[in-house]
Design a protein around this ligand. Structure first.
Ligand code: ZN
Length: 175
Protein backbone atom coordinates (compact mmCIF):
# COMPACT_ATOMS: atom_id res chain seq x y z
CA UNK A 1 0.00 0.00 0.00
CA UNK A 2 2.77 2.40 0.79
CA UNK A 3 4.33 2.83 -2.61
CA UNK A 4 5.19 6.15 -4.05
CA UNK A 5 2.24 8.32 -4.97
CA UNK A 6 0.78 6.87 -8.11
CA UNK A 7 -0.77 9.79 -9.86
CA UNK A 8 -0.73 8.22 -13.29
CA UNK A 9 -3.03 5.50 -12.10
CA UNK A 10 -5.92 7.91 -12.36
CA UNK A 11 -7.22 7.50 -15.85
CA UNK A 12 -7.12 10.59 -17.96
CA UNK A 13 -10.50 11.80 -19.07
CA UNK A 14 -12.20 10.21 -16.12
CA UNK A 15 -13.92 12.86 -14.07
CA UNK A 16 -12.20 13.13 -10.75
CA UNK A 17 -14.20 13.35 -7.59
CA UNK A 18 -16.42 16.39 -7.75
CA UNK A 19 -14.96 19.17 -5.76
CA UNK A 20 -17.88 21.51 -5.70
CA UNK A 21 -20.91 20.39 -3.78
CA UNK A 22 -24.02 22.45 -3.53
CA UNK A 23 -24.69 23.14 0.13
CA UNK A 24 -28.42 23.31 -0.48
CA UNK A 25 -29.20 20.09 -2.28
CA UNK A 26 -25.92 18.21 -2.37
CA UNK A 27 -25.57 18.26 -6.10
CA UNK A 28 -21.93 17.81 -7.01
CA UNK A 29 -19.91 19.46 -9.75
CA UNK A 30 -16.39 18.93 -10.90
CA UNK A 31 -16.20 22.26 -12.64
CA UNK A 32 -16.32 25.46 -10.76
CA UNK A 33 -18.07 27.25 -13.59
CA UNK A 34 -20.87 24.69 -13.61
CA UNK A 35 -21.17 24.84 -9.89
CA UNK A 36 -21.40 28.59 -10.01
CA UNK A 37 -24.00 28.45 -12.73
CA UNK A 38 -26.01 26.02 -10.67
CA UNK A 39 -25.80 28.22 -7.62
CA UNK A 40 -26.83 31.27 -9.60
CA UNK A 41 -29.80 29.63 -11.26
CA UNK A 42 -31.01 27.18 -8.65
CA UNK A 43 -30.24 29.24 -5.61
CA UNK A 44 -30.09 32.87 -6.57
CA UNK A 45 -27.95 34.75 -4.13
CA UNK A 46 -29.92 36.79 -1.71
CA UNK A 47 -27.82 38.57 0.77
CA UNK A 48 -29.53 38.71 4.12
CA UNK A 49 -30.69 42.17 4.98
CA UNK A 50 -30.89 43.80 8.37
CA UNK A 51 -34.55 42.84 8.57
CA UNK A 52 -33.64 39.16 8.30
CA UNK A 53 -31.26 39.58 11.18
CA UNK A 54 -33.87 41.32 13.23
CA UNK A 55 -36.26 38.50 12.53
CA UNK A 56 -33.68 36.02 13.73
CA UNK A 57 -33.19 38.11 16.86
CA UNK A 58 -36.84 38.90 17.44
CA UNK A 59 -37.70 39.00 21.11
CA UNK A 60 -34.14 39.27 22.29
CA UNK A 61 -33.43 41.60 25.14
CA UNK A 62 -30.57 44.01 24.89
CA UNK A 63 -27.84 44.55 25.76
CA UNK A 64 -26.24 41.42 24.42
CA UNK A 65 -22.74 40.47 23.48
CA UNK A 66 -22.10 39.30 19.99
CA UNK A 67 -21.73 35.78 21.30
CA UNK A 68 -25.11 35.96 22.94
CA UNK A 69 -26.62 37.23 19.73
CA UNK A 70 -25.15 34.29 17.88
CA UNK A 71 -26.41 31.84 20.48
CA UNK A 72 -29.87 33.33 20.47
CA UNK A 73 -30.14 33.33 16.72
CA UNK A 74 -28.77 29.79 16.54
CA UNK A 75 -31.91 28.56 18.25
CA UNK A 76 -34.10 30.22 15.69
CA UNK A 77 -32.45 29.91 12.31
CA UNK A 78 -30.43 27.14 10.65
CA UNK A 79 -26.76 27.21 11.50
CA UNK A 80 -25.75 27.24 7.85
CA UNK A 81 -28.16 29.95 6.81
CA UNK A 82 -27.02 33.24 5.38
CA UNK A 83 -28.63 35.08 8.25
CA UNK A 84 -26.64 33.05 10.73
CA UNK A 85 -23.51 33.72 8.75
CA UNK A 86 -24.26 37.41 8.79
CA UNK A 87 -24.78 37.41 12.54
CA UNK A 88 -21.60 35.48 13.07
CA UNK A 89 -19.76 38.04 11.00
CA UNK A 90 -20.88 40.91 13.20
CA UNK A 91 -18.04 42.76 14.86
CA UNK A 92 -17.29 41.61 18.39
CA UNK A 93 -18.62 43.71 21.16
CA UNK A 94 -21.73 44.51 23.11
CA UNK A 95 -24.86 45.57 21.35
CA UNK A 96 -27.17 47.82 23.25
CA UNK A 97 -30.08 47.80 20.85
CA UNK A 98 -31.25 46.74 17.44
CA UNK A 99 -29.78 49.85 15.90
CA UNK A 100 -26.32 48.80 16.94
CA UNK A 101 -26.84 45.39 15.45
CA UNK A 102 -27.87 47.03 12.22
CA UNK A 103 -24.81 49.20 12.35
CA UNK A 104 -22.57 46.23 13.00
CA UNK A 105 -24.20 44.43 10.15
CA UNK A 106 -23.61 47.30 7.77
CA UNK A 107 -20.04 47.46 8.96
CA UNK A 108 -19.47 43.74 8.53
CA UNK A 109 -20.91 43.82 5.08
CA UNK A 110 -18.60 46.63 4.19
CA UNK A 111 -18.75 49.11 1.38
CA UNK A 112 -19.49 48.26 -2.19
CA UNK A 113 -21.32 45.06 -1.49
CA UNK A 114 -24.80 46.41 -1.27
CA UNK A 115 -27.82 44.20 -1.08
CA UNK A 116 -30.02 45.38 -3.90
CA UNK A 117 -33.20 44.62 -2.04
CA UNK A 118 -32.66 47.25 0.58
CA UNK A 119 -30.88 49.87 -1.41
CA UNK A 120 -32.47 53.23 -1.07
CA UNK A 121 -31.28 56.46 -2.55
CA UNK A 122 -29.59 58.04 0.43
CA UNK A 123 -30.29 61.61 -0.51
CA UNK A 124 -33.95 61.23 -1.35
CA UNK A 125 -36.24 61.99 1.51
CA UNK A 126 -39.29 60.34 0.10
CA UNK A 127 -42.48 60.35 2.07
CA UNK A 128 -43.62 56.82 1.40
CA UNK A 129 -40.58 55.21 2.89
CA UNK A 130 -41.33 52.55 5.45
CA UNK A 131 -44.57 53.21 7.19
CA UNK A 132 -45.66 49.60 7.04
CA UNK A 133 -42.55 47.63 7.70
CA UNK A 134 -41.88 48.54 11.27
CA UNK A 135 -38.28 48.31 12.26
CA UNK A 136 -36.95 46.98 9.02
CA UNK A 137 -34.47 47.30 6.29
CA UNK A 138 -36.00 50.58 5.30
CA UNK A 139 -35.58 51.99 8.77
CA UNK A 140 -32.03 50.77 8.87
CA UNK A 141 -31.35 52.21 5.47
CA UNK A 142 -32.69 55.51 6.74
CA UNK A 143 -30.58 55.38 9.84
CA UNK A 144 -27.48 54.62 7.86
CA UNK A 145 -28.56 56.78 4.96
CA UNK A 146 -25.98 59.25 3.79
CA UNK A 147 -23.15 57.75 5.77
CA UNK A 148 -19.85 57.33 4.03
CA UNK A 149 -17.87 54.19 4.52
CA UNK A 150 -15.44 53.31 5.85
CA UNK A 151 -16.24 54.34 9.35
CA UNK A 152 -15.09 53.11 12.68
CA UNK A 153 -17.64 51.35 14.79
CA UNK A 154 -18.04 54.21 17.20
CA UNK A 155 -18.58 56.61 14.34
CA UNK A 156 -21.28 54.35 13.00
CA UNK A 157 -22.95 53.99 16.33
CA UNK A 158 -22.84 57.71 16.82
CA UNK A 159 -24.32 58.26 13.43
CA UNK A 160 -27.04 55.71 14.04
CA UNK A 161 -27.88 57.14 17.43
CA UNK A 162 -28.36 60.59 16.09
CA UNK A 163 -30.35 59.42 13.15
CA UNK A 164 -32.34 57.11 15.34
CA UNK A 165 -33.85 60.06 17.11
CA UNK A 166 -34.82 61.79 13.93
CA UNK A 167 -36.27 58.63 12.48
CA UNK A 168 -38.29 58.01 15.59
CA UNK A 169 -37.14 54.46 16.05
CA UNK A 170 -38.34 53.44 19.47
CA UNK A 171 -35.46 53.31 21.84
CA UNK A 172 -35.78 51.72 25.25
CA UNK A 173 -34.56 54.80 27.01
CA UNK A 174 -36.34 57.45 24.97
CA UNK A 175 -39.27 57.55 27.30
ZN1 ZN B 1 -28.23 23.19 -5.49
Amino acid sequence: MSTSPDVSHQRAGEPSRPRYVCPYDGEAFDQKSRFERHMASAHPPRAPCAADIEKALAGIEFPKSKRELVEYAAQRVPADSDVMRAIRSLPDGTYRDAAEVAVGFGQARGPGDGAPAEREPPSVRGGHAAATEGVSAAAVAKILGGIDFPKTKSELVDHARHRQESVGWASPRSR
